[in-house]
Ligand binder design. Structure first.
Ligand code: GLN
Length: 482
């Protein structure tokens, strides 16, 4: 037994071939062995994990569970009751939530075991996991390179076989990009498909809890148990959750796939481009028809996202004031001094930058010029996609213009870091589902993911295409450096 396949583990635990406790012990051993070098986890409470898996072993005696004993790594911005949830920030370093996020409740009911809290950029702001206040997460294919981010810990936990499943979150590419950098599958669902209750807010109109696994079928399994309406999140949609496995059993032959011209322009690394082009040709041999498409407002996407996301963040992060929870500076002179020094010491540089950009964009006299205009551009970006999906079933593109970059390479240049989100943020702005599926490796041994995008609530279409693709074109991965 290994920790690669959630279906296999679930079946083995249900049939009594292995116990949930044995699976958990295996995952804990692997974390113990690999985490020191990779930095994928912030918190891992082995006692709790073993206790919890023992509970599952007692439960499966009375009947099968859909995620029996399956270890799940959880990004550290998703609240877990009695288990520290830091958001990768000093300001929440000792925060222990008194409640579970809806997704955690649902996963535990299905028999999953939360194996640990995965590292991330502080408050999910970043594209490399270097903005974590604790340590960066390294790429298991090259320890000098980033894992991607902000859900780098979650992607690496799956890539380095510490857990077969992980939850990340997306506001602007934070699951697809690390999935692409680490050779795993990451799906950002449609906005509203999964409850945000218990996900620490970054930009509420964009945030999405998103599943990660080694293959599309396991992503479908995880999505099945986290998706659906939740009365505690009024933005979760009251639509039934489709049977993703039935969707995946339908043929892909005859599907029409759009290639958005704007996703292949300046800045795209030639090696990434050629790997993606091969991936696109592969879909043709699966019987799909390719159509060239234009998404003309893509050029405004980075500017648009980096107004809207910081604006919402500046408002959401106002709650970390040292009064209600989290870090508070000792011996303040007065209330103002307490606020000022708590926030100065508690937040890292990138979070402060976002709060400043966002506060400026929302300030009186500038609101219309920045936030108001950005929201109108967001509509134009959404309309580009509406038009595209009148013609095609899905779109194909790169996830990121480059493979995993070196640690430190973009840390002194925030704009360069922001620009690496160019192909991912439009899906978030439009609210549509999108995934990254392994596509190939560069000559230097770095993974490259292929991005697939579909219309709102068409996760089934995406999973069908990704599953057919992953089966027909398995990627031959070099050994991990760990
Ligand atoms: N890299 C983007 C940012 O820094 C996206 C982050 C995310 O999706 N959480 O905002």
């Amino acid at each position: 037994m290994n920790l690669r396949d959630a279906h296999q583990i679930r079946d083995a635990v249900n049939s009594g071939e292995i116990t949930a406790k044995e699976v958990a012990a295996m995952a804990l051993r692997r974390i113990e062995e690999a985490n020191r070098k990779l930095g994928a986890f912030i918190t891992c409470d082995s006692e709790k994990v073993l206790e919890r898996s023992g509970e599952i072993d007692r439960k499966v005696k009375n009947g099968r569970l859909p995620l029996a004993g399956v270890p799940v790594a959880v990004k550290d911005n998703i609240c877990t009751r009695n288990l520290r949830t830091t958001c990768g920030s000093r300001i929440l370093e000792n925060y222990v939530p008194p409640y579970n996020a809806t997704v955690i409740e649902r996963l535990e009911e299905a028999g999953a075991v939360i194996i640990g809290k995965a590292n991330c950029d502080e408050f999910a702001m970043g594209s490399s996991t270097e903005n974590s206040a604790f340590h960066p997460t390294r790429n298991p294919y090259d320890l000098d390179r980033v894992s991607g981010g902000s859900s780098g810990g979650s992607a690496v936990a799956v890539a380095a076989e510490m857990a077969p499943l992980a939850l990340g979150s997306e506001t602007g590419g934070s699951v697809r990009q690390p999935a692409s950098f680490c050779n795993v599958v990451g799906l950002k669902p449609s906005y509203g498909r999964v409850s945000r209750y218990g996900l620490v807010a970054f930009a509420s109109s964009l945030d999405c809890i998103s599943p990660i696994a080694r293959n599309p079928r396991d992503v479908a399994l995880l999505l099945t148990y986290i998706a659906g309406r939740d009365r505690r999140d009024s933005t979760s949609v009251p639509l039934p959750v489709p049977d993703y496995f039935a969707e995946m059993s339908k043929p892909v032959r005859g599907m029409r796939l759009g290639i958005p011209r704007e996703f292949f322009g300046e800045g795209l690394d030639p090696e990434v481009k050629s790997i993606i082009e091969t991936g696109i040709r592969n879909t043709e041999s699966l019987g799909c028809e390719l159509v060239e498409i234009s998404l003309p407002h893509t050029k405004y996407a980075i500017a648009d996202y980096y107004i809207i996301a910081p604006a919402e963040a500046s408002s959401n992060l106002a709650r970390y004031d040292g009064v209600k929870y989290g870090f508070r500076v000792p011996d303040p002179a007065d209330l103002q001094d307490m606020y000022r020094r708590t926030r100065s010491m508690g937040f890292g540089a990138e979070v402060k930058r976002r709060i400043m950009i966002g506060t400026y964009a929302l300030s009186s006299g500038y609101y219309e010029a920045y936030y108001g205009r950005a929201m109108r551009v967001r509509t134009l970006i959404k309309q580009d996609y509406d038009r595209a999906f009148e013609k095609v079933d899905a779109l194909l593109s790169p996830v990121s213009p480059t493979p995993a970059f070196r640690l430190g390479e973009k840390m002194s240049d925030p704009l360069a870091m922001y620009l690496s989100d160019i192909y991912t943020v439009t899906a978030n702005l439009a609210g549509i589902p999108s995934l990254s599926v392994p596509c190939g490796f560069t000559k230097g041994g770095l993974p490259v993911g292929l991005q697939m995008l579909a219309n709102q609530f068409e996760e089934g279409t995406l999973l069908r295409l990704a599953d057919a693709y992953a089966r027909a074109c398995p990627v031959d991965a070099p050994p991990l450096k760990i």
